[in-house]
Design a protein around this ligand. Structure first.
Ligand SMILES: Cc1cc2nc3c(=O)[nH]c(=O)nc-3n(C[C@H](O)[C@H](O)[C@H](O)COP(=O)(O)OP(=O)(O)OC[C@H]3O[C@@H](n4cnc5c(N)ncnc54)[C@H](O)[C@@H]3O)c2cc1C
Length: 270
């Protein structure tokens, strides 16, 4: 550990067990750093503990993408750029590559990681929407071992997850067999700001899964039987759990959720 000041600590372990040891030793004051694209703006604004940073940037093997046993596994520190360009992602989950390739700008895509985005749990984040439609599993490590959680169980609310202190998102897994068809849409009301609505649809031979992000505190996920049924389900979710801000009030997001539900289902079906 290299002290920066009398209070501040920055550590960059080389292995996951060393990360777990550091998190335990530093206690609740410790914050994990991955790409820093969400964390650094928060620290600049004084949000969250910032006296002990544990970086994942030097952990060997944590950015690996593999296809084994019918599952595509993407290591937590794989950047948005790496995911957008990876041949295994293109083959098994092309819609994920599409989403990754459009996040933020080049600088954000070169630094930001899938593990950081999932752990951050931001409702409108492109990955949460597309990974919900792909029925992803989050792999979580800690000193007590590894556990897996369905993404829908892992993300509890707006920027709230089931991650416990000392735990690390180590990978995200999706079905390794390519869907029959899929589509992803992102809509910004204010150019350069976070997306207002993200929408993903994944069609497999026995099911169509739709996910709408940005209109509710966690993505709204629907097993689709018809466009009309999906529209009704999304609208009911927006009414029950509205989400909004000054630029995108809840009624506007609800209306845009309907527009993008129809659009993404039509695009996937086409
Ligand atoms: C200008 C700008 C534009 C952006 N535009 C978009 C956009 O259009 N769409 C979009 O989806 N996102 C966007 N983002 C967010 C971006 O995708 C971030 O990269 C992402 O949300 C967080 O990933 P990170 O690796 O940078 O995580 P960090 O910022 O390092 O960490 C985020 C949070 O997760 C925790 N954490 C990080 N990694 C792990 C892990 N493996 N296990 C457990 N906890 C962890 C950290 O402690 C922190 O609380 C934008 C960001 C910026 C700055």
């Amino acid at each position: 550990m290299s002290p920066l000041t009398a209070e501040a600590v920055f550590v960059a372990p080389r292995t996951l067990p060393e990360v777990y040891t550091a998190l335990e030793a530093l206690g609740p004051a410790a914050t994990l750093l991955s790409g820093g694209m969400s964390l650094m703006p928060m620290l600049n604004r004084g949000i969250g503990p910032r006296d002990a940073i544990v970086s994942l940037g030097r952990v060997d093997g944590l950015a690996e993408v593999t296809l084994r046993g019918g599952r595509l596994s993407i290591g937590a520190t794989a950047t948005h750029t790496a995911i957008a360009r990876h041949p295994l992602v293109a083959r098994s989950a092309g819609v994920l590559a599409t989403a990754a390739g459009g996040i933020g700008d080049l600088q954000v895509r070169n630094r930001g990681t899938i593990g950081g985005a999932v752990a951050h749990g931001n409702a409108g984040a492109d990955y949460l929407t597309v990974l919900s439609a792909l029925e992803a599993t989050v792999v979580i490590g800690g000193s007590a071992g590894e556990r897996r959680a369905a993404l829908g169980d892992f993300v509890l609310g707006l920027r709230s997850t089931d991650l416990r202190h000392g735990e690390v998102v180590t990978a995200v897994e999706v079905d390794g067999s390519a869907p029959d068809a899929a589509a992803f849409l992102r809509y910004h009301r204010v150019q350069g700001a976070a997306p207002t609505i993200t929408a993903a649809a994944v069609i497999r031979d026995d099911r169509t899964v739709l996910a709408i992000g940005g209109a509710t505190p966690t993505p709204t996920v629907v097993r689709v039987s018809s466009v009309e049924q999906a529209l009704a389900a999304v609208d009911a979710a927006c009414a029950a759990n509205p989400l909004g801000d000054a630029h995108n009030p809840p009624d506007y997001r609800r209306a845009m959720a309907a527009v993008h539900t129809r659009r993404v289902l039509e695009e996937a079906a086409a």
